[in-house]
Design a protein around this ligand. Structure first.
Ligand code: HEC
Length: 219
């Protein structure tokens, strides 16, 4: 800035006093000579209109330089401002991206939670469906197996088989299972008909016995 001011002062004094006869004119002349090394041809009183003076060219050059310098300064300042503005925009954009990221991640978390609870309830539903199917299969299997027993024990399990065995209905699944396994093993014979009952359950697996016991207990 200092240089600029000096230059403009020189330019101003040249314009004002290039052709004067005062001390200021001499100063300006000296200054111009130092700066431009183009000596003024403009002597005392010999200089006519401003345009004729040899120093005018140098003054114009100086003024031009000053303008160029000023323009450069303005350009540099503008570039600086632009950089600052770009930085500010970048910072804002980064902030915006960060908060968008946060929002996205919390949304993702919420979705994850929902999905997890949906999976859990689906699992629970599948579990109870499987249990229902399993018990239906058990009961169904038991019912099918009991068909051949119904002739002696009654479809409702209340008939005294061959007038001897007590009613099966009302007995617990555990007791029925124990007794049927004993008949199968040949170790039970309450009324002399143990062998007959052995023949009834001989081909039954443990699972079959469990299923038929559960069915009879439900009669
Ligand atoms: C031909 C007739 C007959 C058939 C069929 C028959 N039972 Fe029996 N059941 C008997 C007789 C008789 C007894 C008594 C046996 C004894 O002496 O211990 C008996 C006893 C039982 C007992 C023991 C009851 C008690 O409380 O002492 C059970 C349980 C039983 N039967 C279940 C069955 C099942 C299950 C079937 C079909 C797989 C079946 N029975 C088929 C005649 C039959």
């Amino acid at each position: 800035m200092k240089k600029l001011t000096v230059l403009s002062m020189i330019a101003a004094s040249l314009l004002l006093t290039a052709c004067g006869d005062s001390a200021t004119g001499a100063e300006a002349k000296a200054a111009t000579e130092t700066k431009t090394e183009a000596p003024m041809k403009c002597g005392e009183g010999k200089c006519g209109a401003a345009g004729k003076c040899g120093g005018e060219k140098s003054a114009t050059t100086e003024a031009k330089d000053a303008v160029t310098n000023a323009a450069e300064k303005v350009k540099a300042a503008a570039a600086q401002k632009a950089t600052e503005a770009a930085d500010a925009v970048k910072a804002k954009a980064t902030e915006a991206v960060d908060s968008a990221k946060e929002a996205a991640s919390s949304a993702a978390d919420a979705v994850k939670e929902k999905a997890a609870s949906a999976v859990d309830s689906a699992k629970a539903a599948a579990g109870s469906a499987a249990a229902a199917v399993a018990s239906a299969v058990d009961t169904g299997a038991g019912k099918g197996l009991y068909a051949k027993c119904a002739g002696c024990h009654g479809a409702d399990g209340k008939t005294k088989a061959m007038g001897k065995a007590p009613a099966l209905a009302g007995q617990s699944a555990a007791d029925l299972e124990t007794n049927l396994k004993a008949y199968k093993a040949g170790t039970r014979n309450e009324h002399g008909m143990g062998m007959l009952m052995k023949g009834q359950v001989a081909s039954m697996s443990d699972d079959d016995i469990k299923a038929i016991s559960a069915y009879i207990a439900g009669l």
